[in-house]
Write a protein that binds this ligand. Structure first.
Ligand code: HEC
Length: 188
């Protein structure tokens, strides 16, 4: 084979690997809102054991927070909102939450409140008066899925999302590191 042929064949190989990878691993975003590791995770939450009020708020959340990106983005987010007292208690009873690093769990007072407000300030956001219900749901749900008996599963899933994202979308990964949304994985 001459050089050109070898080049062409390897180019086809590279493209077909990339095509297979991206077909299996498509983000669930709808508009030009960047992509996040979160976008590749599940798009539903099993709320069957949640209190009736939270089941209702889950519906509101799933309808309103998928107007720009799909609901995968908040569902697979690292954010965990705890009060100062809850933070202090969790540091004693579940120190792992704080050891896994902010890419996996970012625990902070008011973090969901801040983000719901941030989303609401974007042009065309349909959240309106439902902001408080959505915030209550996100606070409750994050405590169910990112703490206690579900902590291990959460760490495993989020780690997988981050590693896949870094491998398949290096440019977007670098962008999120440079704007402070993610910490560099393994220092890079
Ligand atoms: C009007 C469009 C729009 C709506 C509606 C919207 N978002 Fe977003 N969202 C964005 C954009 C754009 C970004 C990219 C980061 C940024 O600009 O803040 C984003 C990013 C995010 C992130 C990732 C933040 C990070 O740094 O990890 C989360 C979580 C999120 N949105 C949650 C929500 C929630 C919860 C709702 C419903 C209350 C919502 N979004 C509704 C546009 C929207």
């Amino acid at each position: 084979m001459n050089r050109l042929k070898i080049f062409a064949v390897s180019l086809i190989a590279v493209f077909s690997v990339a095509a297979v990878a991206s077909a299996k691993y498509k983000p669930t975003v709808k508009a030009d809102v960047g992509i996040y590791p979160n976008d590749f995770g599940p798009t539903t939450i099993d709320v069957s054991h949640y209190p009736p009020k939270m089941k209702l708020y889950y519906k509101v959340f799933s309808q309103k927070c998928q107007a720009c990106h799909t609901i995968a983005r908040p569902i697979n987010s690292q954010f965990l909102e705890l009060t100062d007292a809850e933070m202090a208690a969790a540091k004693k009873t579940q120190p792992e939450i704080f050891k896994v690093g902010p890419n996996i769990i970012k625990a902070e007072p008011k973090i969901w409140s801040r983000y719901v407000h941030r989303m609401m300030s974007k042009p065309g956001c349909p959240v309106g008066k439902d902001g408080k219900k959505i915030w209550e749901f996100l606070v409750f749900d994050s405590k169910q899925r990112k703490m206690g008996k579900n902590l291990k599963a959460w760490i495993a899933n989020r780690t997988k999302l981050l590693n896949n994202f870094k491998n398949l979308y290096p440019k977007e990964y670098k962008h999120l590191v440079s704007n402070g949304s993610l910490q560099p994985l393994g220092g890079k």
